[in-house]
Ligand binder design. Sequence first.
Ligand code: SRM
Ligand code: SF4
Length: 570
Amino acid sequence: MTVKTANALSEDENLKSRSRFLRGDIAADLADAVTGAVSTGSGKLLKFHGIYQQDDRDLRNERQQQKLEPLYSFLLRLRLPGGICTPEQWLALDDLARRYAYPSLRITTRQTFQYHGVYKRNLKALVAGLAQAGLDSIAACGDVNRNVVSHNNPCLSSLHAELHHWSRLLSEQFLPKTRAFQEIWLDEKPVADAQPEQEPLYGATYLPRKFKIGLALPPHNDIDVFAQDLGFIAIVKRGKIAGFNVSVGGGMGMTHSDVATYPRTADVIGFCRSDQVLTVAEQILSIQRDFGDRSNRKHARFKYTLDDRGTDWFLRELTSRLGFQLEPAQAFRFEHNGDPLGWVQGQQGLWHLTLGILSGRIKDTPETAWLVGLREIARIHQGDFRLTANQNLTVAGVSADNKPRIEALLAEHRIPLPDNWSGIRRHAISCVSLPTCGLAMAESERWLPDLLSLLEPVLQRNGLSEDAITLRVTGCPNGCGRPFLGEIGLVGKSLGRYNLYLGAGFAGERLNKLYRENLTEDEIVAVLTPLIEQYGKQRHKGEHFGDFLIRKKHVAAVTAGRDFHTGDNK
Ligand code: SRM
Ligand code: SF4
């Protein structure tokens, strides 16, 4: 156990504790019409309200030359546990996008929507509009529990509903109790100074860092449960969820050239019954609250608390807080990642259509009227919409009568069915990156279509068009597209250059490893081509690309986050 001695609290900790439960100067900064920005402190506190300040990076230099301030706008991320919304909510979301943001809805890798390009003057109206639709952005970002993700398989409707139920309960259980959100955005009467608020679970400084929870249903690992700080892996007996294996300490973020930071896959530590889920989650979160590093934000995630103190220490601490021991973990096996795209029929004869939406970007283009088409579908749809953690969208619960009407609307608006998509396209994720992300080092979402169009012919030449290969692209090593779980992972280093990681497990059970650094697009294709050719010729039946690369010793298997940077890569 290597526990660091207590260092001075980071500035963010002081900001949180001075913020009067997440109020700070936000209201005053919103009212300041002189600038499109907010102060640094408000920028940090706004995250807890689901909002990030950004600027259009495509226009940064030009505006600087014109001596204008950057074109500031805000990102708003919704809290949408399990990623479900109703058709009425869809219509409201679409309407608000056209009125107050870039006319686009962006499905994130955590099953929710983001608006980009919201000017400061429009933020309040947007939040109020969401509230009218029964939606909110509380705790979608910030040092709190984030949007809870949950397995999306519409065919297994009853199990899906059960998981969705837990995702909602977990999300609600860990909502901050402060009324700051309602005061600032919804004009609720301010809480009087004489009645100080309490955050019984979080305390005044909330968590040391973000905290993420996900629920998975083997054999599907569509939510990448091992990337979550806390995972619940459903164990089904006689058609019902009997309980969950508990996994802890997943996370993706790292910094190039800083080996003290690394991605980590979560460890499975035991089993709990369904009626113990909320207690187990609360005690695990409280351990991170009490022991997470509050001096260095690069070392503040739960994965580092666990690695520094050790699993034995953690289990002792958890048992003592719970007052009972977790049972031994039960057998399970993940076989898939990604989503079953296209139409499928599930329980009660209902149909479900999962649309492949590259990078989750829903906007009208000259080729496809995504926004208009989905708006028209929402007007006649009687089921719900389900967002996946792979940035796709399921139109779920379609009756046999309504199916032809929906198909006609898809055709009318040129919304493509993913039937002809290659295996790699079906399993491709990219983060947002440029032009909105302030941390981006290279393109990601805007580059993915080009990259796919270069890789697909290589795969086709080798008879691999249909084969599922997970491809994850991000514009920097923070890991928003979970790149270190891609059989092929590309992580931005600088404009036009990427590090190439290879060899992750297809079902998200093993990290990949750095294979080549600082590659251009041409170099990426040149490096991957012979590997793909060899895979086409020499793979075993059913062998996945990541496993093949390890068997052929192109890369070493990474079994623990701490080994991510160590040793030779073979
Ligand atoms: Fe992320 C920061 C986008 C999922 C790890 N992430 C950001 C910011 C807000 C940049 C910033 O801090 O200024 C990005 C906004 C870009 C933009 O313009 O939209 C951003 N993250 C996203 C989204 C939208 C990517 C996407 O393409 O879908 C995802 C929103 C999820 C959501 O709905 O809540 C998103 N981010 C993730 C994930 C994947 C996941 O959770 O399954 C990860 C890796 C898992 C993890 O947390 O370890 C992730 N984002 C980060 C990190 C690194 C955290 C770390 O531990 O080091 C940062 C940077 C930070 O927090 O300092 C970050
Ligand atoms: Fe931005 Fe990096 Fe996240 Fe991509 S991975 S959205 S570039 S922070």
